[in-house]
Design a binder for this molecule. Structure first.
Ligand code: SF4
Length: 300
């Protein structure tokens, strides 16, 4: 699979934490073009390298074919021994899980880079699961996170749940799946986490939480709610709701006396990351606009 050409749904699994919290962000973001960052390209390369190793593990290619492809990939601008080691760590985790699946079931289903379809719950909802294992009464989705900035956890992670839902939607009738396992491997931060839930609970979440929010998001309705999820939003620099929320934080209604109490200092501290993140986004946006001569008031 050419990972850079992976199709993206407007209500994507990777954006679910944002559109579940702030449904109208989806349509508001459409006025901005799709862009990609160097980090996203690096992540794409890591997925391609991992797919190569896993294809070899699954005997879809010979050692000679693997080595030939590896020689080509080592010419890529994103290749480094550190990246290769991180990918190998991920591949080791997946291989161990594949072996567990084989040991506990005669005919496990092992899928790499499989398209999943969660459109019964999210309009046009689809995505690509890095690894899906179905064996016995279990369905497990495994996701590689290549970043080394923010730790990502599988616990209550809507992206992982949507992948599981999409896999269940396609393969659920063929297997007697009762339990869902969701694992994120983020090797560059030494971060592996797994969440699990019963199929029935996943379906309740899909019906009661996902479906209504997805319908609002698809129609461009619902309330703008600012929060941590804004950092993944394309309109994060100019969004009025986010600005108002942060200006509210900045203008906290402190009570007298003239010195802040410990509680008030704590209140400032809990807001400071969000405030700084917003201010930085606005500043970067203004610089970019000034450089492109579109924003006359803020000259550099
Ligand atoms: S910046 Fe935040 S509040 Fe504004 S649209 Fe995006 S997610 Fe919603």
């Amino acid at each position: 699979m050419n990972h850079s050409e992976r199709a993206h749904a407007s209500l994507s699994a990777s954006g679910a934490s944002r559109w579940l919290a702030c449904p109208p962000s989806v349509r508001l973001s459409e006025q901005y073009e799709e862009t990609t960052s160097v980090f996203a390209k690096e992540g794409t390369f890591m997925h391609e390298l991992s797919e190569l190793y896993l294809s070899y593990e699954l005997k879809k290619m010979t050692k000679a074919q693997l080595n030939k492809k590896l020689r080509q990939m080592k010419q890529n601008e994103f290749y480094s021994p550190e990246i290769e080691q991180a990918v190998k760590t991920y591949v080791d985790v997946v291989t161990e899980k594949m072996n567990e699946a084989r040991a506990s079931s005669k005919d496990p289903l092992i899928l790499i880079e499989e398209r999943v379809d969660f459109s019964p719950y999210v309009p046009d909802g689809f995505g690509t699961g890095d690894v899906i294992l179905i064996y016995g009464d279990r369905l497990e989705v495994i996701d590689l996170k290549g970043g080394k900035g923010v730790k990502v956890s599988a616990v209550e992670n809507p992206q992982m749940r949507l992948y599981a839902l999409g896999a269940l939607n396609i393969f659920g009738l063929l297997y007697d799946t009762q339990k869902i396992l969701m694992t994120i491997v983020q090797p560059r931060l030494d971060n592996i986490s797994t969440d699990e839930m019963q199929v029935d609970d996943l379906l309740v979440w899909a019906e009661e939480v996902v479906k209504p929010k997805a319908e609002l998001a698809f129609k461009g309705e619902g309330d703008f709610i600012a929060g941590d999820h804004c950092r993944f939003c394309k309109v994060k620099a100019t969004c009025r709701a986010r600005a108002e929320e942060n200006l509210k934080l900045a203008c906290m209604d402190f009570q007298k006396p003239p010195l802040l109490t410990d509680d008030e200092v704590t209140e400032v501290l809990t807001s400071i990351d969000q405030l700084m993140s917003w201010a930085k986004d606005v500043q970067e946006y203004a610089f970019a606009m000034a450089l492109s001569q579109k924003f006359k008031l803020y000259s550099v």
